[in-house]
Design a protein around this ligand. Structure first.
Ligand code: URA
Length: 217
């Protein structure tokens, strides 16, 4: 299932991000009430083109890990805290022609951008109602557990805590009264930048497989 976000929330995002360098719009997708809801940072260039979350290089890594514990793209829900591709504009000289060309590489979303998409993400989480939320990397983790949370410390562990939701005026966050189950993971792109993390991430996913089994039994 592909998320169909409420029009008023989409209009609010549009208004709050009008002056920002953000491209495309990739909706979250997958199964409702799944065991796992995987939450990334923001779509990249490939996702912007095809509108499928985690369908580029880091997505291929992610799906390998998902399959290693018996799930697939169809049996989990996949989204990210920001739904558009954040980019910066760089002017670089083409090595062959010497011509100055404009490039628009991906960048990490700012805190303000993550907050602008906050109501959309809260709506999505309330609709999906996963058993376990799996934040992938620090951007998603800190959106959920606050800016002091660190993926290097929390990866692969089961955490039961209140999570951040946007406040009624949509200007900040507050913690929920109820607790949620989370298992934070390194972002799959980490494998592409630091191969040494691959065995750690593989182990974390196997641990997640065991955790879900225990919770369901
Ligand atoms: N990184 C993310 O966080 N999400 C995507 O969809 C792709 C890359």
């Amino acid at each position: 299932m592909i998320a169909e976000y409420p029009a008023d929330l989409l209009a609010e995002v549009k208004q709050k991000t009008a002056d920002r360098q953000l491209a495309g719009f990739t909706p979250g997708q997958g199964m409702l009430h799944p065991d796992l809801m995987l939450v990334g940072e923001a779509p990249g260039r490939h996702e912007e083109k095809v509108n499928i979350p985690f369908s580029g290089a880091s997505g291929q890594e992610l799906i390998k890990f998902v399959s290693s514990i018996g799930y697939s793209r169809e049996t989990v829900y996949i989204t990210s805290v920001v739904r558009q591709r954040p980019y910066s504009v760089k002017r670089v000289k083409d090595k062959k022609t010497g011509e100055v060309i404009e490039k628009t590489p991906n960048r990490t979303p700012t805190k303000k951008e993550v907050l602008a998409f906050g109501p959309l993400f809260d709506w999505e989480l309330a609709m999906v109602q996963p058993r376990i939320i799996v934040p992938l990397g620090n951007t998603a983790l800190q959106r959920l557990l606050g800016s002091r949370a660190n993926i290097g410390k929390l990866h692969g562990q089961l955490i039961e805590r209140p999570i951040q939701k946007v406040t009624a005026d949509h200007r900040g966050y507050q913690f929920t009264a109820e607790k949620h189950l989370l298992v934070p993971m390194y972002h799959p792109a980490a494998v592409l930048y630091a191969r040494r993390l691959e065995p750690v991430i593989r182990e974390d996913w196997l641990a997640l497989g065991r955790i879900v089994k225990t919770i369901k039994d």
